[in-house]
Design a protein around this ligand. Structure first.
Ligand code: HEM
Length: 129
């Protein structure tokens, strides 16, 4: 495999990110442990923001103009269980789309790299995952 390609390219570009985000939010909204966070959310805008963020985080050559992960989530007082639920929906989405496990591993690594920010905690508070 050509590792000089970004994860974004290897995963299948914008088309793959778009498909993943559509399925991912269906799962999120069906999960009653977390769906209430999105009660007042414009999901059309949210999907567009998440597509842009993930494309950027996977190395797409585009500028991300949305909020950073700490500012976007700070007011929600999210906990580990909320984060894990979201991460699990992301993984099962990618599995459903038959994304190779090694690419899923890279996605998980990127998702986990946002965890301290999403949960609004200091990096030193990170427990072993
Ligand atoms: C890997 C972890 C996560 C990533 C990458 C992520 C990504 C994002 C992005 C890109 C935005 C939009 C920021 C903007 O407004 O510019 C956002 C907003 C939001 N996220 Fe997350 N998120 C993560 C985890 C979570 C979790 C665990 C929850 C709750 C269970 C959550 C709930 C929300 C909500 C409710 C919004 C705001 C929607 C609104 O504006 O109404 N996120 N997130």
């Amino acid at each position: 495999m050509d590792n000089k390609q970004t994860l974004f390219e290897r995963i299948g570009g914008m088309e793959a990110v778009n498909a993943a985000v559509e399925i991912f939010y269906k799962k999120v909204l069906e999960d009653e442990t977390i769906s209430h966070f999105f009660t007042n959310t414009d999901m059309k805008k949210q999907l567009a923001k998440q597509k842009a963020f993930l494309a950027y985080a996977f190395g797409a050559p585009l500028a991300y103009t949305g909020k950073n992960m700490r500012d976007a989530h700070a007011h929600m007082k999210l906990n580990e269980a909320h984060f894990n639920a979201v991460a699990n929906h992301l993984v099962s989405t990618l599995q459903e789309l038959n994304v190779a496990q090694e690419l899923i591993d890279e996605v998980v690594e990127i998702a986990l790299s946002t965890k301290d920010d999403v949960l609004n905690r200091k990096p030193t508070e990170t427990p072993a995952v």
